[in-house]
Design a protein around this ligand. Structure first.
Ligand SMILES: N[C@@H](CCC(=O)N[C@@H](CS)C(=O)NCC(=O)O)C(=O)O
Length: 217
């Protein structure tokens, strides 16, 4: 087994896979790939030209959800899914919710404008950030109500749903935003707990140092 992960560390989808690999104690190498400057042969790994992609020996895969689902079946230790069909369907629901509902606001709205545009020396559009921030509360209300006072979003242990949700809030934080703990107390505590796990904490520390250095914060 030789696992190689392709993608830039600041991507929430790349981070999802890094955290899953760490939680499953799977060693891997990471090849930094900037999606704005893709090498031509990257399209062999993902014809859509998006990060992440992963190779396990000669087996190549793309898309963070597909990759984590594969890793969880191929390497069943410390599972990030549930055997129960309904619980697992809920895991997939919350993973999709993070990847397709939160991401357009937390990452493609806030993070892209506040971090990526300045890094690329392109003009920032703060109106995009403000529109994202206006749209986010209803999504957070739903997460707060779904979580109740549980430690994890689905069932009684960590799943990829938690990793996907928490990963979006890392980018939100890099964009200098945080969840209002008075309005969403359970969600705030849940995300903080997840970010304190060693699998997240090490990445967040390294990424924050990098962002601060590159942006001169
Ligand atoms: N659903 C995909 C989303 C991947 C994605 O959108 N990655 C972004 C970086 S955060 C990307 O590669 N964007 C480049 C592009 O869309 O051209 C996944 O979970 O892997």
């Amino acid at each position: 087994m030789a696992i190689t992960l392709y993608g830039a560390s600041l991507s929430p989808f790349v981070r999802k896979v890094c955290v899953a690999l760490a939680e499953k104690d799977l060693p891997f190498e990471q090849v930094q790939i900037d999606p704005s400057r893709l090498p031509d042969d990257y399209y062999d790994l993902n014809p859509l030209g998006r990060i992440p992609a992963l190779k396990d020996d000669a087996k190549a895969l793309a898309d963070s959800a597909v990759i984590v689902a594969y890793l969880d079946r191929q390497y069943p230790q410390q599972p990030l899914s549930h055997a129960d069909p309904y619980l697992q369907a809920k895991v997939q629901w919350f993973e999709k919710y993070a990847d397709y509902e939160l991401a357009p606001l937390t990452t493609f709205g806030v993070f892209r404008q506040r971090v990526l545009m300045p890094l690329r020396k392109q003009p920032q559009d703060e109106a995009v950030v403000q529109t994202s921030l206006e749209q986010l509360p209803s999504l957070l209300d739903y997460l707060e109500a779904s979580l109740q006072d549980n430690d994890f979003m689905v069932g009684d242990r960590l799943t990829v749903a938690d990793i996907a949700i928490a990963s979006q809030f890392v980018n939100f934080g890099h964009g200098r935003e945080k969840i209002d703990h008075q309005r969403w107390p359970q969600l705030t505590a849940y995300v903080e707990r997840l970010h304190q796990r060693p699998s997240f904490a090490q990445l967040i520390a390294a990424e924050t140092a990098l962002v601060n250095k590159l942006l001169g914060r």
